[in-house]
Design a binder for this molecule. Structure first.
Ligand code: C2O
Ligand code: CU
Ligand code: CU
Length: 504
């Protein structure tokens, strides 16, 4: 019997072992919703008529910005506070969330490469520790919000780092405490962090619009419900994809506009397959900044949880275009796979004529060749399920082990290029993420067929589909402990994470 059949075989009681069990008790301790029964496991869901509807179609808002309080150029100084807040997603209903500076998504942080950043952080979350992790950024390990460095409830700390030349890119920040990352993120703690280059090759006339995608589930009472068993297995997929915190906003542009968008998948577990319909997309950047050359003519762009992309879209003719995400199965376990297609944003192209914009340069920058690897390592993703007392136990593992923050899984040398082979032997796709650096995908193997990466790109998160092997060139330049994990946050929390100790 394979794992999928096992799940469908009518196991009445589903028992989740270890960290998940602790996590579930955690929910009651934190006064969140009770576990909403076993819905999802048997394919039944709550009465749909009872669920709140979210207003759609408002003009796309700009993300609020984190104000820079530094009085010298080359410095960025600010404060971030994580605390409970309420937001009105649906008419007449106040929803309790967690927010940075009262905003969800958190305020946009925008700095320039070379800047010295100092962010004073206060944890005002009642009764729970947290951290801020600077996803994808080359910050020292002791400033990177590792689960080993929690900020206790009521505590404060300073996060300080300098962003080197060449680090321009679209990053994000989110909590990374031990055992509570998934909840803190889906309750609202995540924001965009853009590092601008000193010289930007993309024409300023294209604008620069972040589209920060989050995933919301709202119960009939207006609360954000806790994770179900199905969420713990598959990763939490909500009911609404929000763009900059709004449901299906509208962007109005004159005909002939070209726009630059930065796309952030900040959802816990939703794979995005984005399309603008008949408007083709030009890919100009990945997680760690611009590509060497634009990749034109794309109809879809895939963004696994945690990934980012920069695109340029030409809106030539008047009319309405819809940015949508398509429904693709990534190995859903058990019944009740939701339809993941959704309309995310409307672009109204008016008959007014835009000022003619300069063309995109053919060359954007150069990306370093990491050379040949001195070390090879293998990381194997597996899921295990077994019948135990009264039900089924499951675990998400890397090389057969569940995360232990007191164990070092890999010892690496700073400045040395390594080849990391990530093998997915599980029944679900798992997006692989590494802290502290940007890597390059060298090749992908499936059914014995190897495909070389079509172009060089800096990445910190890459989907490893079920049955697939992805080979990465990795170099860490800064010493210290670095996490690597599946960026489906429920899987990370259920053990699919390891520690690489980088030695100077
Ligand atoms: Cu965005 Cu360790 O995570
Ligand atoms: Cu990260
Ligand atoms: Cu996973």
């Amino acid at each position: 019997m394979n794992r999928r059949e096992f799940l469908l075989s009518g196991v009445a009681a589903l028992v989740i072992s270890g960290p998940a069990a602790a996590q579930m008790q955690d929910h009651s301790k934190h006064g969140m919703h009770d576990m909403p029964g076993m819905s999802g496991e048997d394919g039944k869901t709550a009465a749909p008529e009872a669920l709140p509807t979210l207003p759609e179609g408002a003009p796309l808002r700009d993300l609020p910005r984190l104000a820079n309080r530094a009085d010298e150029p080359g410095r960025f100084e600010a404060e971030l506070t994580a605390k409970p807040a309420t937001v009105r997603f649906a008419e007449g209903i106040d929803t309790p969330i967690l927010a940075y500076n009262g905003e969800a998504p958190g305020p946009l942080i925008e700095v320039t490469e070379g800047d010295k950043v100092a962010i004073r952080f206060a944890n005002r979350l009642p009764g729970e520790e947290t951290t801020i992790h600077w996803h994808g950024m080359p910050v020292p390990a002791d400033q990177d919000g590792n689960p080993m460095d929690p900020v206790l409830s009521g505590g404060e700390r300073l996060y300080a780092f300098e962003l080197p030349e060449g680090s321009a890119g679209s990053y994000w920040y989110h909590p990374h405490p031990h055992g509570r990352t998934a909840e803190q993120v889906y309750l609202g703690l995540a924001g965009a962090f853009i590092v601008k280059p000193r010289q930007d090759p993309i024409p300023a006339a294209y604008g620069d619009t972040p589209l920060f995608f989050t995933d919301l589930r709202l119960a009939a009472d207006g609360l954000i419900p806790a994770n179900t068993m199905a969420d713990l297995m598959n990763g939490r997929v909500g009911d609404h994809v929000l763009v900059n915190g709004q449901k299906k906003p509208t962007l109005t542009l004159p005909a002939g506009s070209r726009r630059r968008f930065r796309l952030f998948n900040a959802s816990n577990a939703r794979f995005l397959h984005l399309t603008f319909g008949e408007a083709a997309m030009t890919l100009i950047g990945s997680d760690g900044g611009l590509l060497e050359a634009p990749v034109t003519g794309l109809r879809t762009i895939d963004l696994a949880p945690g990934e980012r992309a920069e695109i340029v879209v030409a809106f030539d003719r008047p009319g309405r275009l819809v940015l949508r995400t398509e429904d693709v199965d990534h190995g859903w376990m058990g019944p009740g796979r939701p339809d993941m297609a959704a309309e995310l944003m409307t672009v109204e192209v008016t008959a007014d004529k835009a000022e003619p914009a300069p063309a995109l340069p053919a060359r954007l920058r150069s990306i370093a060749d990491l050379g040949s690897p001195a070390v090879r390592r293998r990381f194997e993703f597996t899921e295990t399920m077994s019948m135990g007392e009264g039900g089924m136990k499951m675990a998400f593992l890397i090389n057969g082990a569940s995360f232990d923050m007191n164990r070092v899984d890999v010892v690496a040398k700073a400045g040395q290029t390594e080849l990391w082979e990530v093998v997915n032997r599980a029944d679900m796709d798992h997006p692989f993420h590494l802290h502290g650096t940007q890597f390059q995908v060298a090749e992908t193997e499936r059914d014995g067929r190897v495909s070389k990466a079509p172009y060089r790109a800096w990445k910190d998160t890459v989907n490893v589909a079920r049955g697939e092997t992805v080979r990465l060139l990795v170099r860490q330049d800064l010493p210290g402990p670095r996490m690597y994990h599946c960026h489906i946050l429920e899987h990370e929390q259920l053990g699919m994470m390891g520690v690489a100790e980088v030695q100077a």
